[in-house]
Design a binder for this molecule. Structure first.
Ligand code: HEC
Length: 179
């Protein structure tokens, strides 16, 4: 290869490089990538859908009076196993982490002798009627701010009705069912 040929080859390579750069430059001008305004990418926003599904069962929940009429006391007794780590259900039961619950339906709030309640519970006033029990068991902390009942609640309306039906049975004379 003489010097002339070397020059030709070098020239050809240089020409190709220049062409490649030129193509890159012009195509860059044609399809300029948009700079990212925000880092990362948008996650799908599910909050609307989630509230819709969460709200649906609540809206469908029938009043406790209606649910109690078809409550299953035996199932309620099984479901109430969630409570026994803290509550006794037997007659003359002792207070534990929570107050004894025999005869709780229509009992005054915060009335178990010798139990140290949170300030908020007796302050709520009135008796544990079916509606109050339903609301409390659904979400204790929402019903009584600062309650010491460390229990998340029973979300299912039919399960709450079963439990309340069982609580009602724990009395010498069970309270009348709501009309
Ligand atoms: C982790 C322990 C714990 C569990 C589990 C628990 N409770 Fe309680 N419960 C308490 C405590 C503590 C209190 C007293 C709350 C206060 O003073 O604010 C209480 C209070 C109550 C009261 C009010 C009693 C009164 O004398 O005014 C009712 C009714 C009740 N619980 C029902 C239930 C039911 C039904 C369940 C099960 C579905 C349950 N609890 C599960 C600890 C518990």
């Amino acid at each position: 290869m003489d010097a002339n040929e070397v020059n030709k080859v070098a020239g050809a390579i240089l020409g190709m490089l220049t062409l490649a750069m030129g193509i890159g430059f012009f195509s860059g001008a044609l399809v300029s990538p948009k700079p990212l305004v925000k880092a990362g990418y948008e996650l799908p926003d599910n909050t609307g859908a989630a509230t819709a599904t969460a709200a649906a069962p609540a809206a469908a929940a029938e009043p406790i009076a209606k649910r109690l009429a078809s409550a299953d006391v035996a199932k309620g007794e099984v479901a109430a196993k969630k409570c026994v780590s803290c509550h006794q259900f037997v007659k003359d039961g002792k207070n534990g982490t929570g107050p004894a619950l025999y005869g709780i339906v229509n009992r005054a709030k915060g009335a178990a002798a010798g139990f140290k309640y949170s300030a908020g519970l007796p302050a709520k006033g009135g008796n544990w009627d079916y509606a109050a029990l339903d609301e409390f068991i659904a979400n204790p902390k929402a019903y009584i701010a600062g309650t010491t009942m460390g229990f998340a609640g029973v979300a299912r309306p039919d399960e709450r009705a079963n439990i309340i039906g069982y609580l009602r049975s724990l009395a010498d004379t069970p309270a009348p069912l709501p009309q």
